[in-house]
Design a protein around this ligand. Sequence first.
Ligand code: A3P
Length: 397
Amino acid sequence: MGLRRRTLGSRLLTGLALVSMSICLVLLHQLSSPTTQEAKGGGERSNEAAIERRERHSHRYLLMAGNSGRSGGSIPGTAAIESKSHMTANANRTGENNNNNNNQSQQMAILDRRLPRLLIIGVRKGGTRALLEMLNLHPNIAMVPVEVHFFDKFDNYQKGLDWYRSQMPLSTDGQLTVEKSPSYYVTPEVPERVYAMNPHVQLVLIVRDPVTRLLSDFAQIEASRAAQNLPNRRFQDVALLPNGEVNTQNRALHVSLYAKFLSRWLHVFPRRQLHFVDGDRLIHDPYPELQKVEHFLGLDHLIRRDQFYFNATKGFYCLTGTATPMDQLLLSNESSALNDDHVNYSHHHHHKCLAGSKGRRHPQVPDEVISVLRQFFAPHNRKFFAMVGQDFHWPEQ
Ligand code: A3P
């Protein structure tokens, strides 16, 4: 009897030891090997994988999740736990008595800070924030909530990739980190610097009618001037010279010369690594534009139409059901992720609209001024369409 109890006891202990060992083995494997997506990417991704390993940030987090479901969210984490099923499969092979522990190991995921695989490089006032927030509905996307300005600001760039990585959100290895800083597009040094980080990084540029973009930019500049108690100016006095010609020295106007900047990027990156989003379409019907980005990234179409609704008060699409309890937990632990400058977030209703700095009233401008600007931009636009291989149909008169 005593002997049987001892045997039972020792079997139980052996079983427990095996289970713990198998979990440790799986975790060790995860800590020492490239991420799943890197492995999937094979040779193409190997360079980045090497950088990832070399630069890997020391803080890792083991996430225990009660529920792997997610209806889209602001902070990475939960859904990618599902992609951790390969961990469970390994665990099953390494131990015999761990069936009861499957649920437990299924609920574990390692959170880490990963360098971006996708950069939204611009264009300023093109709809970059809306695009980022909408893409973040995808369970395999982890967005950087703030603009890091790593590649365009020399002081930041000097801090090195370790610093850049430390600015990234926690993500699981099934997720793709996305950062957006619109000034990347127009800053001469940026393409080379991005290439040095990862020559295979994917790039998205969101553009809209260059005249509308200019009006939007002007509205933003005037808002910040007003905040500094500087006098308001008329749009036409800034965009045109006294003789009625276009003021080509104006900085905001330059940003709308999309082709000029694109040639720099195409000098460094092959066309297939760039995707162009129609910012005017994103405003009126975001879903098809997002599907195209999912396709470009090779992601399953997991962003759903019912995750947006048109908010008549705001005059724009807002996001619904964006935060699970897990997202909120991560959110509170992680950072002041949703900057009030950019997003209005209702914790009660889980609805999210972009803040008042998006969707500003544009200045009232005489038709002749608009027409002069459209004619000025027309040849530049045609050049841009040819480079991109896509016609955005911006008016020429
Ligand atoms: P306006 O303020 O001129 O309307 P960015 O985020 O790059 O600064 O771009 C701001 C622009 O995003 C806004 O310009 C707005 O038109 C556009 N936008 C697109 N979708 C939006 C949305 N769902 N909510 C608010 N603004 C949106």
